[in-house]
Design a protein around this ligand. Structure first.
Ligand SMILES: Nc1ncnc2c1ncn2[C@@H]1O[C@H](COP(=O)(O)OP(=O)(O)OP(=O)(O)O)[C@@H](O)[C@H]1O
Ligand SMILES: [Mg+2]
Length: 307
């Protein structure tokens, strides 16, 4: 990167408050300096004094008072290789990761990476798992909205809390998972009185505002089993939408290989149920894990009998 590009990238990330990117640019400047130059030494010390190049997970996230009850920072869990995905879905995610790695090149052309992702699919098809794997791939903390505290029966409060939450995390690098999106939006749907209709339109407005306000630093992942329940205005806000399918014979075999890697020495391929078409991965995994457990316990019993 030329010196002028470094200065520009540094100024932009400082002015937009993107601290993690500031660290990355400083790291790059050190790498581009002749070894042991006085500037590289001074930058190195400065960086170390402020948490080093790679702050620990969650370090980049600041949850102001009250927000920690509305959103949880969760363990990002599995990596992308242990999620069964179509080739197309995998390519889309890799393309997204490349966009995030090329933020500066995009910015030079007045573009930003896509940051709104809608995952649809039946229960147990891997929506929540994929959101975690995406956070891991993008090396960002994963924040999950906690509906138990967000949704309240007080009029106007849910929308207001949602707005507060969005204001609190705007500009911080993270993946925000709005899981079971229909839960949030169905707040009014089961009820018919006019007040509740007003309440839900406030929630929808707050959500639309949220989606519009959050720039690429917050990757928003919406997940739902019921995309048909989403307001069209909400659905249109997402840059990428894809459906996670239920299992087929081939994809169940891929799950089998993932599980075999997780349970070395166990003949997992013999434990995949025969009828997998249309079943969820979660369901198949449950059956396989029950069989793995039986297999292990049978081994224990056999050893006890002979020993
Ligand atoms: N595509 C997948 N690849 C690998 N494992 C999967 C996949 N889908 C589901 N699983 C397994 O099933 C479990 C449950 O899946 P997950 O919670 O991600 O599904 P979901 O689509 O979010 O379901 P729900 O709609 O009920 O929230 C996961 O912890 C994972 O072990
Ligand atoms: Mg889920």
């Amino acid at each position: 990167m030329a010196r002028s590009d470094e200065v520009f990238a540094l100024a932009r990330s400082a002015l937009t408050g993107d601290r993690e990117h500031v660290r990355a640019v400083v790291g790059m400047m050190i790498a581009n300096e002749p070894e042991r130059s006085s500037l590289s030494e001074r930058l190195r010390k400065l960086l170390q004094a402020h948490g080093g190049l790679h702050p620990t997970a969650g370090d980049g996230i600041r949850l102001d008072k009250g927000l920690e009850t509305l959103v949880r920072v969760v363990d990002v869990g599995r990596d992308l290789d242990s999620v069964v995905l179509s080739t197309e879905a995998r390519q889309t995610i890799e393309a997204l990761a490349h966009e995030y790695a090329a933020v500066d090149a995009l910015a030079a052309h007045n573009l930003t990476p896509r940051n709104r992702f809608l995952l649809t699919g039946a229960p147990g098809s891997g929506k929540t798992t994929l959101a975690g794997a995406l956070a891991r791939r993008l090396q960002r903390p994963l924040l999950v909205i906690d509906y138990s505290t967000l949704i309240t029966s007080y009029l106007g409060e849910t929308g207001a809390k949602l707005t507060k939450l969005i204001d609190g995390i705007a500009g911080q690098r993270c993946v925000l998972l709005i899981d079971e999106l229909e839960t949030l939006l169905s707040e009014r749907s089961g009820r018919s009185d006019r007040t509740d209709v007003g309440e839900q339109s406030r929630i929808v407005s707050a959500l639309l505002l949220a989606l519009d306000r959050l720039d690429h630093r917050v990757v928003v992942v919406g997940a739902t089993n019921h995309p048909e329940m989403l307001d069209r205005a909400v659905r249109r806000r997402f840059d990428i939408e894809f459906e996670l399918p239920l299992a087929s014979h081939e994809s169940a075999a891929v799950l089998g290989r993932i599980l075999a890697a997780r349970h070395p020495g166990v003949p997992v391929h013999e434990m995949i149920p025969h009828n997998v078409d249309g079943r969820s991965f979660s369901d198949i995994e449950c059956v396989v894990l029950a069989r793995v457990r039986e297999w292990v316990m049978a081994g224990v019993a056999a050893r006890q009998a002979t020993g």
